[in-house]
Structures are given as C-alpha cells and as structure tokens.
Design a binder for this molecule. Structure first.
Ligand code: G3I
Length: 321
C-alpha cells in the first residue's frame, strides 16, 4: 500500500515525484524514492533542461538524464520528461547568440529532435513547452517568443511528434489551476497547436500552491474539464503546498486538506492521468531558496520522516487500496 498503489487502484497511471541528480548520493533518500508503492513515476527536476542537455551548440550531454531514466527503469517507474523549450535554464550561447528567425527555428528543431530521439520509448510524457505565459496571460518575453513569435509553440510540438510519435506531448505551466486569464491563454495555446494541424496530448498543471489558498476542489475540477473539452488530457505535474517555516500544526492540518482536495479533483476527473509532487521531502525542495522563510511543502520532512497527517490525507483522497 502507498500513495502510488492507491492512485493506481483509483484508475490513474501513477503518483510520482520529481528528483535531481545531486540527491541520488543520499541512499536513504533513494530508498524512499524507489518505493513503487509510493512513487510509480519520476520527473527529472533539472537533468533534461536545455542548459544541461546542449551546453554548447550541437553538442549533447545525456549522462545526468540517463542516470534518472535508468533509475526509473530499475524501479519500474514511469517517466515524465521535463522540459524541451523553456525561457529559463538556457545556455548562454543560445540566449546571447543573436540568432535570426530562421536560424533559431533550426536550433529549436535540432535540439528537440536530438533529445526526443535519445529518449524515444522511455518517456510517458514530454513537457514540450513550459511556462510560455506571463501572469496576466500575455505571451512571456523569451528568446523563442521574441524571435519566432507564437508559432514557436506548434513548431516545437511538431518536431517532438516527428521524433517520437508514441510519447504524449504536454504543455506545462503554473497558476493555470483555476479559471482566469492564464488558464484561458493556455486553452488558446491548445487551440493554436491544433489549428496548425499539430498534435498536443496534454496540459500539465504544475500546482505550486500556498497553504490555505489553493483553488477549491470544484474549481480545480472544472478547470481541468475546460482543457479536456478541447481534446487533451491533464496531469498535476509539480504539486507542492508551501507555508511559513517552521510550519505550525494548524498549517500542517490545512496542508493535509489542501493536498486532499487536489488529489480528489484528479481522482474525480477521468482524464486527469496522475499526480507528481515536486520532490517528496523538504530536504530537497526548491522553495526555501526562492521564497525566503517559506517551505515545509512536501509530505516528508527534512529528516525524511513521513508527515502522517499529509500522507494519510493523500491516501484517503485516492480511496481504498
Ligand atoms: O547545478 C548547479 C551547481 O553546479 C551550482 O553549484 C549551484 C549553485 O547555485 O547551482 C546548481 O544549479 C541549480 C539547479 O537548480 C540544480 O540544483 C540552480 O542554481 C537552480 O536555479 C536550479 O533550480 C531549479 C529551478 O527549476 C530553476 O528555475 C530547481 O532545482 C527546479 O526544481 C526548478 O523546477 C521548476 C520547473 O522546472 C518548472 N516549474 C517551476 C519549478 C520550480 O521552480
């Protein structure tokens, strides 16, 4: 029994966790991560990003990615591959190259073709494009948008589909977990890709939440359904629920409720295929280094000790084993 076993019993493909290469020397951590009953899926947190994979032009470096892919295979875990095209964690040769439209399209296609081909047959999902919008739903300024325009998105999806016709192709973003301008823009992105005659299979709802202010279960469900109505599936891809640290017991109780409402939303929506937390322990969470004074966002604490109230709330939200 465990978080993943319950998700599978509820008809989902997986409950999983992000991980990162630097953590894999921690054997107690790896033992927990490798427990299929809790985690049936891994997402490499950094290893598959552009700066890691193509640090200089047309020179590809797969060692870190392969380490996590091999670990997942050894554990019988599925993989969400993250991410091909993002404005962040880009190598400087790319951001300061001053490439024109045609050259950048060539670079984009070459990167995607190489990386998707390398991992062909290994990934359940690819996050093809990540975080293309600003908070108000306008296109985010990035080297891709600024040089190529909105068509960088269908160009990227087409290149990924050509390299691996079987992997599910996702768009992934945060603050699109309830109705609003950013969610509407994401729905328009799905339509845009389809208007180009290009395949898009899913939308990833990152779900980086703040305790006590997560969208209600019904708001999350109706938002998921708005994507599904466009002919795609959805997944919760980077769930964590942060609080001020040290966490009070009332905050932890609220976190348990908030975790449960996202799990219950995914359970209730047939085309929500699974839930991934953005690492499983506070020991390796990204939050304290970005939001000073906040953290304690995950179901295991900094000593790899399970937080029973949160863990049990997730279990019961999935339902019986
Ligand atoms: O690898 C270098 C290391 O060599 C160096 O000594 C060290 C010093 O700062 O930095 C290390 O790189 C860090 C990298 O994580 C690996 O640990 C970067 O500084 C750090 O910025 C990077 O943070 C990652 C962040 O994305 C970057 O934006 C987080 O680990 C990662 O969890 C986070 O993940 C993102 C998703 O991809 C997209 N959605 C939001 C999510 C959270 O920000």
């Amino acid at each position: 029994d465990g978080l993943n076993a319950r998700a599978v019993a509820a008809g989902k493909l997986y409950f999983g966790s992000a991980t990162d290469n630097g953590e894999l020397s921690d054997s107690a951590y790896v033992a927990g991560l490798s427990n299929w009953a809790d985690f049936g899926q891994l997402t490499p947190g950094n290893a598959l990003k552009w700066d890691s994979i193509e640090p200089s032009r047309d020179s590809f470096s797969y060692a870190n990615g392969d380490t996590i892919v091999d670990l997942a295979a050894k554990n019988g875990q599925k993989l969400r591959c993250h991410t091909l095209v993002w404005h962040n964690q880009l190598p400087s040769w790319l951001t300061s190259g001053g490439f024109d439209n045609a050259t950048l399209i060539t670079i984009l296609k070459n990167h995607i073709t190489n990386e998707v081909t390398h991992y062909k047959g290994k990934c359940l999902h690819w996050d093809v494009v990540n975080e293309a919008f600003e908070e108000d739903g306008t296109w985010r300024s990035s080297v891709f948008y600024n040089t190529i325009g909105p068509s960088f998105v269908p160009i990227a999806f087409a290149a990924a589909a050509a390299a691996d016709p079987d992997v599910k192709l996702y768009y992934n973003d945060y603050n699109i977990e309830n109705a609003g301008g950013k969610s509407t823009s994401t729905q328009n992105l799905v339509k845009l890709v389809k208007q180009y005659g290009v395949k898009i299979d899913g939308v990833g709802l990152q779900s980086h939440f703040i305790v006590g202010s997560t969208p209600s279960q019904s708001a999350q469900q109706s938002n998921m359904q708005a994507f599904i109505d466009l002919g795609v599936e959805v997944a919760v891809t980077e769930l964590d629920i942060r609080t001020d640290t040290p966490a009070t017991s009332s905050a932890v109780n609220q976190q348990a409720k908030d975790y449960a409402s996202t799990i219950a939303a995914c359970k209730a929506v047939a085309k929500c295929v699974g839930v991934t937390i953005w690492d499983y322990t506070d020991k390796y969470s990204w939050i304290p280094s970005v939001f000073s004074g906040q953290g304690s966002a995950l179901p295991w604490d900094e000593n790899l000790k399970k937080k029973d109230s949160i863990y049990n709330a997730i279990l019961s939200a999935w339902g019986p084993a």
